[in-house]
Design a protein around this ligand. Structure first.
Ligand SMILES: Nc1ncnc2c1ncn2[C@@H]1O[C@H](COP(=O)(O)OP(=O)(O)OP(=O)(O)O)[C@@H](O)[C@H]1O
Length: 599
């Protein structure tokens, strides 16, 4: 008898788990599964990233599902399409030996009719993003009157993305008698608020330390100057020829630009962010999961909760505003007990952001040195040798040429021959990194006086730490009031009694308008355009600008609010097949392509 049987799961489920290689329940599964099976209390469950929370809530639901009924009994809400799809697939895997279970996943940006057809067939379990779920409820295609379980996965992120109204609408049409399950890896204040709002006397369980990162992830940082941030990223990719990583950026704009640069520079990279259509996002994810892409450059929202096997690195191109998000980012690696490395590329100015993260994850960042040319060339050389050792020789294809080839090479000694073959690929690397400068350390004095990024308008807001404002709540406030899905948020500076934030200047006028009657926890909010430069702290300059000014910028972008929303636009840069040779499907690493730009 398996340990999963002992938790009260039927044999069909246990068999499916065995197929998936799940031998024993993880700690959160051990606690949550019997709790959900045996009691009807609401549940708040915390466990580190990558410890199997999806199975922890899905398995007991599958166990208790009324298979005689076709009514929707469980609704699982998640912030992004990718995550909803992943959860839906996981549940299908778990119930593959159970008859009469239908799981339907609903999310924006995809054909609604197909989803409606799925619902009509009778879906006992629906996994959805909030926007599309509301849409289907309004169309009377999704009926939640028989709901027994509501699962809020990554609930804090749903609120941060401005889904509060949608969540309210969804929960309103569910029966009073139901079990609400909230699963999270972090414990920001928002999660507490959700529990208060949506749950009745929840039982709380936690496995491991709240907010803690995955156990087997090591955390490293590279201190460099701003101008060396991107070259550092390239060196990290070059020194790890088998890299399979997610690079996190803070904005869509940055995500697009880093991905475009990597592609131009010959790496197997692409971008994942909310400006892409659903189809584009699917293609990128498919290529990444199949390891045809080695580097996925993503925003926090797009990559929240993604479970990709065997990532070697998570790279924080810029650290997130909120320490909690770092936990979610680094948790993409080191999953299911495996090891992983989470890297932060930081400047002097960002060094202070490490401490709050360290206290959240309960671990120290280790300072690392950006590798020099010699180290990179050595790694690449041995990667090349490995490739030579592993290459499959297609005898039939090559045989007809061999005689001629041998004839041409007959005067070259064996040792010399090896050197020459290796050099064909390696020379490019050697010459690229010859005399490459040391990128370590940030001695730039560019900080503090830098003026605001010309694409953003900077605002003063009369709320600060004292009012309970933090970056996530500020972003939520902006999204809530702007009621706009495509607004890019730049730098945020939360001070004691007031704060500053930047948003895409194309939306400056709307923002001023939108905040005129805004409130925050019963306080009226004052938002004004300010010309004060970044990083100074102190009082605002007082120089008010007449609203409505500023250049129009059609750039769009910004923080994803809605998983189903923005389908247009998107990254249309060169396809990942452009720029240099990228080796075979699973080859990994730099494979002799061009290297351009700063080394
Ligand atoms: N009991 C188990 N034994 C082996 N592998 C497991 C077990 N439970 C889950 N896994 C695997 O562990 C990985 C992480 O699981 P899952 O995605 O549910 O994590 P999570 O806790 O939801 O993470 P996050 O907080 O990052 O969203 C998945 O690949 C899953 O298949």
């Amino acid at each position: 008898m398996s340990l999963f049987n002992e938790l009260g799961l039927r044999q069909e489920i246990v068999n499916a788990l065995t197929d998936l290689g799940y031998e024993k329940p993880t700690p959160i599964q051990q606690q949550a599964i019997p709790q959900i099976i045996n009691a009807s209390n609401d549940l708040k469950a915390f466990a580190q990233t990558g410890t199997g929370k999806t199975a922890a809530f899905s398995l007991p639901i599958l166990e208790k599902l009324d298979l005689e009924s076709k009514a929707t009994q469980a609704i699982i809400l998640s912030p992004t399409r990718e995550l909803a799809i992943q959860i839906g697939k996981n549940i299908e895997d778990f119930c593959k030996y159970m008859k009469r279970v239908n799981v339907v996943t609903v999310y924006g940006g995809a054909n609604i009719d197909e989803q409606i057809r799925g619902l009509k067939r009778g879906a006992q379990i629906v996994v959805g993003t909030p926007g599309r779920t509301v849409d289907l409820i309004k169309r009377k295609q999704l009926k939640l009157k028989d709901i027994k379980w509501v699962v809020l996965d990554e609930a804090d992120e749903m609120l941060n993305m401005g889904f509060k109204d949608d969540l309210d609408q969804i929960l309103e049409v569910t029966p009073k008698e139901k079990q609400t399950l909230l699963f999270s890896a972090t414990f920001p204040r928002e999660v507490d608020a959700i529990a208060k709002n949506y749950m009745t006397k929840p039982v709380e369980i936690s496995a491991g330390k709240k907010n803690a990162g995955a156990d087997k992830v090591s955390h490293e940082y590279y201190l460099v100057s701003e101008k060396n941030r991107y070259p550092t990223l390239k060196r990290l990719a070059d020194v790890n020829p088998n890299i399979y990583a997610i690079v996190f950026c803070r904005t869509r704009r940055e995500t697009k630009s880093v991905a475009a640069n990597l592609i131009d520079d010959g790496y197997n990279a692409d971008a994942l962010h909310g400006d892409l259509s659903q189809a584009q996002r699917d293609i990128v994810m498919e290529k990444f999961r199949a390891k045809h892409l080695q580097i996925l450059v993503a925003t926090d929202v797009a990559a929240r909760g993604l479970d990709v096997d065997d990532l070697t690195h998570v790279i924080n191109y810029k650290l997130p505003d909120q320490a909690e998000n770092y936990t979610h980012r680094s948790g993409r690696t080191g999953r299911a007990g495996k090891e992983g490395i989470s890297i932060a590329i930081i400047t002097n100015r960002e060094k202070n952001s490490l401490r709050p993260i360290e206290s959240k994850i309960g671990k120290k960042f280790i300072a690392q040195q950006v590798p020099g040319g010699k180290e990179i060339c050595e790694k690449q050389l041995f990667k090349l040798i490995e490739k030579v050792k592993d290459v499959e020789v297609n005898e039939d294809q090559i045989n007809p040429y061999l005689e001629g080839i041998y004839a041409q090479l007959k005067d070259i000694e064996h040792d010399e021959l090896i050197k020459r073959f290796v050099s064909i690929e390696f020379n490019q690397f050697l010459s690229y990194y010859q005399g490459a400068e040391d990128l370590n350390g940030d001695d730039s004095r560019e900080r503090r006086t830098r003026s605001t990024d010309e694409n953003f308008t900077r605002f003063y807001i009369n709320l600060g730490k004292m009012d309970g404002l933090n970056p996530a709540r500020l972003i939520g406030l902006i999204n809530e009031n702007l009621k706009k899905s495509d607004v890019e948020i730049g730098q945020i500076e939360i001070l004691k009694s007031f704060s500053f934030f930047e948003i895409d200047k194309a939306f400056a006028e709307q923002a001023v308008e939108a905040f005129q009657h805004a409130e925050f926890e019963g306080r009226s909010v004052i938002v004004e355009v300010t010309t004060k430069p970044k990083g100074g702290g102190g009082r605002r300059s007082g120089k008010k600008r007449s609203f409505g000014g500023g250049d129009r910028n059609s750039g769009g972008g910004g923080r994803e609010r809605r998983s189903g929303g923005s389908s247009g636009g998107g990254y249309k840069g060169k396809s990942s097949s452009g720029g240099g040779y990228k080796g075979g499907k699973k080859s990994g690493g730099f494979s002799g392509g061009k290297r351009s730009g700063k080394r």
